[in-house]
Design a protein around this ligand. Structure first.
Ligand code: PAF
Length: 278
């Protein structure tokens, strides 16, 4: 049975009642759960103890004109999936004010947000870090699981977690893809048949880069050449190859790196990435 709580007070009471030797694995989400989220919940379950899921479309990580209002929501469906995955507690705040009694306090990780989505979506990672920090303070998990599709988010949350001495361990989990290669995302729900077919240009481009890299190419300009054309009629937001740890853009690959991409298909912005290890 999954307990559903809607207030900070109820979450705190549930957590305080747990014996100190019982483990908690936490999966923070914005809901509209897909197989990627379910892979996190299954891994959380596999690790033993209580699985806590949060479902909260966090307003502070959306910029003006972004899709906060139309972000897909399906709480009943999510809770059915949560029950199937053995989630012990789902935290579904009834309103943003529950997690934001004021909007005076923010958590900001500098440097790592200077590139990629941090540049395209100013303030996005401040919103992510602030809400994840609040959730970690409330849930006090032994382990928190996040997907690698949001590769920059994972790196930034890891840095915040380390620098603020937050509880538990952060674990990144591999990207889950459709059979044709499209990375799973709640935003795929916005795609129609045409834009979905166009969006396959993203995994194809990453495959092409990975193949050239495997064949020995190390020059970033050469690896990324022709990207905008390869994505058309989709519109490239960015394609960068960055250092795996510092997220600094590279011109040549000499150590672990990531090719990271964001592109628009119609109004839908999708991200994806591929690890490149020499
Ligand atoms: O990845 C997400 O779904 C969100 O950014 C997160 C981590 C749940 C914070 O709102």
């Amino acid at each position: 049975m999954t307990v559903v709580v809607r207030t900070v007070e109820a979450l705190r009471s549930w957590r305080a009642a747990l014996p100190t030797d019982e483990r908690v694995a936490f999966v923070p989400t914005m809901g509209f759960l897909h197989e990627g989220h379910l892979s996190l919940l299954r891994e959380a379950r596999r690790r033993g103890g209580h699985v806590v899921l949060s479902i909260f479309v966090n307003p502070t990580q959306f910029g003006p004109g972004e899709d906060y209002d139309r972000y897909p929501r399906d709480e009943d469906g999510d809770l059915a999936k949560a029950r199937d995955c053995g989630v012990a507690l789902a935290f579904c705040p009834h309103a943003p004010e529950e997690l934001y009694p004021s909007r005076d306090t923010w958590v900001n990780v500098e440097q790592l947000d200077r590139h990629l989505c941090g540049r395209s979506r100013p303030g996005h990672f401040r919103g992510v870090c602030t809400v994840v920090c609040k959730l970690l303070a409330l849930v006090r998990p032994d382990v928190t699981l996040l997907g690698e599709k949001d590769f920059q988010q994972l790196a930034i949350v890891r840095r915040m977690h380390e620098d603020l001495f937050l509880p538990g361990e952060i674990v990144g989990m591999p990207i889950v893809r459709e059979a044709d290669g499209l990375a799973l995302s709640s935003r795929n729900a916005y795609l129609d048949g045409t834009t979905r077919a166009q969006a396959l240009a993203i995994p194809r481009l990453l495959d092409r880069i990975a193949a050239a890299f495997a064949a020995g190419e190390r020059d970033v300009a050469t690896l990324c050449a022709g990207a905008a054309e390869a994505l058309a009629p989709g519109r490239l937001d960015y394609l960068e190859i960055v250092d795996e740890r510092s997220l600094t853009p590279l011109t040549r690959i000499d150590g672990p790196a990531r090719a990271a991409i964001a592109a628009f298909f119609g109004r839908v912005r999708l991200i994806d990435n591929r690890m490149l290890v020499p």
